[in-house]
Write a protein that binds this ligand. Structure first.
Ligand code: GP9
Ligand code: MN
Length: 710
């Protein structure tokens, strides 16, 4: 011990000591928090050595600070910065099963209000290990257990340390390249980069990539649009003549079921249906429901789902398209297309408008109204971390919905069924679902908040029926993405009748199914459709039902009802599923049996073709969005969106002004109902409405502008 201490009393010794501590906690993170899927001796070896090179390079910078007063604070500061990076990734991984990219970090600055709410719930007791070493070292220095070494080292020495670090890094990269050729040059997988080269190299590499993509953006090439259009033209699936225009002129209400997965449908827990009302819709002959429909989101999660539904283009390979490009990209999406067909458009959402940069993106999409958190009372226990509770959102939306001109395209983005799946005591008391008791509280509570969401939709439907609005309306319900992440899935497995120990990547992929239902009283031949599809396919499907051909637009999805519909569903990371095969991380499974397939030559070729199509589709979508190519594309008769026309701050007065201007021609529910207020017809059992209480212990969301209209 004494000997060790004696060594640590020199600068070099202290440097090595800090590196050893940092190495220890990185390895701890690799095993305790990150699921890296390491296989084989070389991968393990790489995992163990990959934190060393970068810590030598980073901590070694401190040697350029000669006076002890500077050297010690400098090296500790570098240690702290590197620890912050490690720790943020630990937190991020718990929610997203992924690492933070530079664009996520920068994009998130716009949306961190919600994320910080969830981050608190994502911390765990063992997190103390990430910080303990630094605290102890500082104490040891303060109490002189570790002595300060006054002897500075030369610049040559500092440079030697740098050289050793660089040499080690080269060695590390060479070894990695032996196991995974072209690791850095090929389109990469974040997980692999961290596994082989460590978090620091990944982050630096990613920063470089982000910079390059910004450059790319500035050199947009107009001609590229023809390649994109050639692809979507060849891919286009003509509408099914039996379906085309069958819902023409109807109001469209899109209900975004937050974090809602398909396995909840028809699921019973402790003998009770989790979502009895959604099950009823799912099984009704007024509904076209899909049971092989997948979410396809990347890191942009909700915003990626929204982007796919509105535009039929993919989210970005990293970060959120809404956050990164939403403020200035040209879109040719649902609100604008329907808008030019006589529809008004609105979004109802209980979170602040800036979350996912919606306030800017919606204007570019052509949304006329955005009723965000500032339009509702979100005080006390009326909101959870991501905004107004669903029952209240639907109820409070009515005063705005009833003044919206028909036909309308209205989107409701729910939030209560969002990780960490919290409700207040009273809401839980009213909840009919007894949570399962696995040892993961997120898994347990997920069923409870899903039940709450189900009830809130039932209340909204009751209102639609009572007011007669249902007759003219088609409701589209869909789950945006997984609620339980891959790390939680094994715990969930027994509840799905599966084995926890045999749970694998194939099972994870299959669990990415989310509901997609098109429901309207005017549909009388509803059924459960087994076609494979995903979020990218919603827009062309919906447009065709409404009698608007999608051919002239650039869309990557295809109509789910078309005979030519493409059943290969691409995930954002280039994995894919089809009715026959499932491809995860390069392994091919039989989609029916889940068995690994070892393809013969012929099949190999076929699979390769599918993979290439998936890659091309994703990369063309990325080119289109990253270079903002739609600015050069002018579909016949489509008017470019002018975002400056929209102002979301006085929605209700704007609606009323429109009603006045239209006079007898106004088709808002309020006017067609003889100017009678319909808000009183809305019934909810939400305890917050009936017996207002206050609760200050929970995360509150703030109203950014005080433009609340009552
Ligand atoms: C917040 C909500 C959540 O406004 O839409 O987004 P998510 O975290 O699911 O991406
Ligand atoms: Mn979401």
């Amino acid at each position: 011990m004494k000997q060790i201490l004696a060594k640590v009393n020199t600068r070099v010794g202290f440097f090595v000591f800090l590196i050893a501590l940092f190495w220890l906690k990185t390895i701890y993170a690799y095993f305790a928090d990150f699921a890296l899927g390491t296989e084989g001796t070389l991968q393990f070896l790489l995992l163990f050595i990959n934190p060393i090179a970068t810590t030598i390079l980073i901590f070694g910078l401190a040697f350029y600070f000669k006076p002890a007063k500077l050297f010690y604070p400098a090296i500790l500061l570098l240690d702290i910065i590197d620890t912050v990076l490690l720790y943020l990734n630990v937190i991020y991984f718990r929610e997203f099963t992924d690492f933070m990219t530079v664009s996520t970090m920068t994009g998130y600055s716009k949306v961190d209000q919600g994320l910080s709410g969830a981050s608190l719930a994502l911390t765990m007791p063992h997190d103390v290990f990430y910080w303990l070493d630094i605290i102890i070292v500082i104490f040891l220095l303060l109490f002189r257990v570790i002595k300060i070494d006054k002897q500075s080292l030369s610049n040559r020495f500092a440079f030697a340390v740098f050289s050793i670090g660089a040499l080690f890094l080269t060695f590390n990269i060479t070894l990695a390249d032996m196991d995974r050729p072209q690791l850095l040059t090929r389109a990469f997988d974040r997980n692999y980069l961290v596994k082989y080269l460590g978090l620091d190299v990944f982050t630096a590499y990613d920063a470089f990539q982000t910079h390059q993509s910004n450059e790319l953006r500035s050199q947009a090439n107009k001609a590229e649009i023809y390649n994109v259009k050639a692809f979507t033209d060849a891919h286009y699936a003509e509408p099914n003549p039996n379906m085309f225009g069958t819902l023409k002129g109807k109001n469209v209400v899109v209900i975004h079921l937050e974090s809602f997965q398909q396995f909840l449908i028809n699921k019973k827990i402790n003998g009770k249906e989790v979502t009895p009302f959604l099950n009823q819709i799912y099984n009704s002959n007024h509904t076209y429901a899909f049971d092989n429909f997948f979410h396809q989101v990347g890191q942009g999660k909700t915003s990626d789902a929204e982007n796919m539904l509105e535009t039929s283009t993919y989210g970005l390979p990293q970060g959120s398209l809404f956050a990164q490009l939403g403020s200035d990209n040209t879109f040719q999406g649902a609100p604008a297309i329907l808008g030019q067909d006589g529809y008004s458009s609105a979004v109802f959402h209980g979170n602040v408008a800036s979350f996912w940069n919606r306030n800017n993106t919606y204007k570019n999409l052509g949304y006329q109204y955005f009723f965000d958190a500032s339009y509702y009372d979100t005080t006390g226990d009326k909101a959870t971390g991501y905004g107004l509770k669903d029952k209240l959102l639907f109820k409070e939306s009515i005063k705005y919905l009833q003044h919206l001109q028909q036909p309308f395209y209205a989107k409701y983005i729910t939030v209560t069924n969002h990780f960490p799946y919290q409700l207040d005591d009273q809401d839980i008391k009213d909840n009919k679902i007894k949570a399962p008791d696995t040892d993961d509280s997120a898994v347990n509570n997920y069923f409870v908040t899903a039940h709450y969401l189900d009830q809130s939709i039932k209340e909204f439907y009751d209102y639609l029926d009572k007011t007669g609005l249902a007759k003219n309306t088609v409701v589209v319900l869909y789950g945006d993405h997984y609620g339980l992440s891959n790390s939680e899935n094994p715990t969930l497995a027994p509840l799905l009748g599966k084995s926890e120990s045999k749970w694998n990547n194939f099972d994870n992929a299959q669990l990415q199914r989310v509901p997609f239902m098109i429901n309207s009283p005017s549909i009388n031949n509803g059924y459960v459709d087994h076609t494979y599809g995903g979020e990218i396919d919603v827009l062309p499907t919906l447009m065709h039902l409404l009698g608007i051909n999608s051919q002239k637009y650039i869309q990557f999805g295809t109509d789910l009802f078309s005979a030519k519909h493409d059943q290969v569903v691409a995930f954002r990371n280039k994995d894919w599923v089809s009715p026959e095969y499932t491809s995860v991380d390069g392994t091919i499974y039989d989609s029916k049996t889940g068995k690994v397939i070892h393809p013969d030559k012929k099949l190999k070729k076929k699979l390769q073709e599918i993979q290439e199509k998936v890659n091309t589709e994703l990369s063309l979508s990325d080119t289109l969005n990253q270079q903002n190519l739609l600015q050069f594309y002018h579909p016949d008769g489509f008017q470019k969106v002018d975002p400056t026309k929209f102002n979301y701050s006085n929605g209700l007065s704007h609606e009323k002004r429109t009603e006045n201007q239209l006079g007898d021609k106004s088709k808002s529910l309020f006017d067609t109902n003889g100017k009678k207020d319909t808000t009183k017809l809305y019934k909810t059992d939400a305890p917050e409405v009936n017996e207002p209480r206050s609760d200050t212990s929970r995360i509150q969301i703030q109203n950014p502008d005080s433009n609340q209209e009552k």
